[in-house]
Design a protein around this ligand. Sequence first.
Ligand code: URP
Ligand code: ZN
Ligand code: ZN
Length: 595
Amino acid sequence: MNDAKVQIGVNKLGHHVQSSQNRLLIKGGKVVNDDGIQEADVYVEGGVIKQVGTGLLTPGGVRVIDAAGMLIMPGGIDPHTHMQMPFMGTHSADDFYTGTRAALAGGTTMIIDFVACPRGDSLMDWYNKYRAWADEKVCCDYGLHVIVPQWGDKTANEMATLVKEKGINSFKCFMAYRNVFLLEDDEMLNVFQACRKLGAVAQVHAENGKIIERKAEQLVADGIRGPEGHSYSRPEAMEIEATTRALAIADEANCPLYVVHVMSAEAGEAISKARRRGQVCYGEPIAAGLACDNSSYQHTCWRHAAGHVLSPPLRDPSTKERLWRMLATGELTCTGTDHCVFKADQKALGKDDFRRIPNGVNGVEDRMSVLWEKGVETGILDPCQFVAATSTNAAKVFNLYPQKGRIAVGSDADIVVWNAKETRTISAKTHHQNVDFNIFEGMVCHGIAEFVISGGRLVVDERQLKVTQGAGRFVPMPAFPPYVYNRLEKREAAKSAGTVAVARDAYDGPVIDLKAEQERQKAVAKEQPGAAGGGGGPEAAAENVFHRPPTRGGGRHMQESSFSLSGAQFDDTKPARSGIRTHQPPGGASSGSLW
Ligand code: URP
Ligand code: ZN
Ligand code: ZN
């Protein structure tokens, strides 16, 4: 284990609290890691796993947890949440207390949230603001990604400080939400290049925001104002296009790319294809996209339909299955939730115009159960793959592994004891998320977090939630995650090996004098019949805008085709000209003129 990582974070609970709770022996269960299952007991002390095996020798005063018939797995890591996020004129309703409490209730022991810095503001100011909000409230460990809403020297410097001094190793670019977060392609290239230099992972919200905006305007003009308009205005093609574009830009920058909330199967396939080409990139489907579909936008209850509004939106019912298959084959890597909840009165900001419905849905409490039910109970994933998709892979990508995402000696004691034999029914009436709606309402799920241990503290004890506000720690995520960068660096070297200047003699022939050529063309235009004061009317002047006169087929330049389905030529309507000059083809005699 990386020493730097073991030391990070300070357990904020006093020693008296720690000593009475910090010796736990989990007995009789099966330990599940991403690479295997073993029957073993787990002994926890001082917030870390001290022993894994059978017949363990432990000190007295230990709390024994009976895990017979249950699975002992790494607690979930949700790499995509938005707690108390200022967004669309309001704040998401779960703050760092209620949100992390809900996470723990569902077996997730770490979240990675996003510092949502709006365009024009300082990344560092917003990072500090988020740290202050979160540190006093979090019940479980957390990390932060930082949204980059603009490019410039200040941004570059702040990114460097955040990586070198503040525990940030990932930055997110938005291709949607104009004037708030949206970045242009060249800005995104700059951010990606900066990430590469700093050893960070670039993330992207991939949707063509500008086209979506136009489409939404048209829908409203056509009288479509309900939540279905949200879905119509954000067609899958806009996600596929943006994903493909982001992948190309990241490849150009030799930067690892993590595509958040992959909602479209074809967007997932674009990521998969890039991976097969060798690109270092990752896709993250979310619980909503793996379990719900766009039929909800047609619901006649406005609240129900608006409750499902998120971006990119839910897709047609066949999408889920395709996303699941890609998760099972490893083409998609992590699962998140994009947990960003708004209550009914907040969603109602868009009651007359879908463009104002705050975007976001729940999931931080539900993800583990929903994934178990839809993934493991259906035979798509085995329990090891479940662990990979819910914690280990995120820990690897964001350089938390094996401190997080593994049951092993030395790892943090973030553990869920999972009862896969029993079921529960998800409902807004019983969930802990601070919202009056649940997109998974009524779903019966196998898999219950019977016991949850967070940083060595027993926070769910026989299904009873016992959290402490502020007990979680900020977990710095170091730069250059080996899981990401080891391969990237080799690949980059191999790529640049093919980009070498060709050794050749310098060209020593004549170079066209463009100014003289322009003068010459002007003189020719004047001489032509019909020109004011000597030749060439407005039409002739317009034709001289082209540096290249028509080719024999009539095309004006190489990109313009003279071919037409009707057989017509581009200048059929013009009177035939008698005096068309002949021009030298490429490689022909050099007369100093352009061909
Ligand atoms: O609809 C969503 N996804 N809301 C949260 C902000 C974002 O785009 O991730
Ligand atoms: Zn997003
Ligand atoms: Zn998000």
